[in-house]
Write a protein that binds this ligand. Structure first.
Ligand code: NAD
Length: 251
């Protein structure tokens, strides 16, 4: 929400690869300055270098966002580097297939920390800066926040929590100069499921209910939606959850 003389600054979590990287590329196209955050330090640096080679202004901050203090430190690093923050994109996320009966406690809480708690701590730390810049937050949910999805129950729970973070924060700040929204992707061609597979004895008819009739989206297709909602062109959009799931949650 600033004029062309003042480049907007975005902090993007999960920016090393996949959708987060695609969002960084889309925002760079809008001339937005980037603070890229991820736990994968080498991939993050490669992404930063590629963006800068393409003409973007970008810094990287490698950290584990499952720790509350690291979320605030990442926001502080963005302010120290660029002096302002206009956009917070909570795109980092983890997904694990499992029978609900077999989910270990550690896996359950780690999913909650990365997918639901970290976006809350990022929002809390970023809020004063976003209010000062009349900025906005976009949370990356999943179709799993909008429908029941078998064999990924804690993931689905975490994304539903992130949906309510979006809506409840939007109401709490309805009289403040900030927009808070979410995008709910369906399946995308990324590495999120590279290290997890449905249980061998899963009922695949239940998985098919959220697999969709269309091919998985490219991350850039969903990133374009996120980039629009975070842009001044979406100034009327607040407290919204925007599916980008190629029709899966249409029924
Ligand atoms: N790929 C899909 O089919 C799909 C569908 C719906 C929603 N989503 C959501 O999209 C978002 C991006 O996922 P993606 O598909 O690009 O997968 P991805 O695995 O390629 O990207 C997720 C990123 O989050 C980072 N991350 C994970 N844990 C972290 C931690 N503790 N600290 C810091 N960074 C951490 C990873 O290193 C990775 O770079 C996620 O929130 C995911 O839940 C993905």
């Amino acid at each position: 929400m600033t004029g062309p003389a003042t480049p907007r600054v975005a902090l993007i979590t999960g920016a090393a690869r996949g959708l987060g990287r695609a969002i960084a590329e889309a925002l760079a196209q809008q001339g937005v300055t980037l603070m890229l955050v991820d736990i994968l330090a080498d991939r993050l640096e490669a992404t930063r270098a590629a963006l800068v080679a393409g003409g973007a202004s970008a810094a990287a901050y490698a950290t584990d966002i499952s720790v509350k203090a690291n979320c605030a430190a990442a926001v502080a690093a963005a302010i120290a580097q660029f002096g302002r923050l206009d956009i917070l994109i909570n795109a980092a996320g983890l997904m694990r297939f499992n029978h609900a009966a077999d989910v270990p406690e550690e896996e359950f809480w780690h999913l909650m920390q990365v997918n639901a708690a970290a976006p809350f701590w990022f929002a809390q730390a970023a809020m004063p800066h976003l209010l000062a810049s009349r900025g906005n937050i976009v949370n990356v949910l999943s179709q799993s926040a909008l429908m029941g999805t078998a064999y990924i129950v804690p993931y689905s729970m975490s994304k539903a929590a992130l949906l309510q973070l979006t809506k409840s924060l939007a109401v709490e700040y309805e009289d403040q100069p900030i927009r808070i929204n979410a995008v709910a992707p369906g399946a995308m061609m990324t590495e999120i499921s590279a290290s997890t597979r449905p249980p061998a004895d899963a009922d695949f008819a239940k998985i098919k209910r959220y697999s969709g009739a269309r091919p998985p989206a490219q991350p850039a297709e969903v990133a374009a939606v996120v980039a629009f909602i975070s842009s001044p062109a979406a100034s009327a959009v607040h407290g919204a959850v925007w599916p980008a799931d190629c029709g899966v949650t249409a029924g």
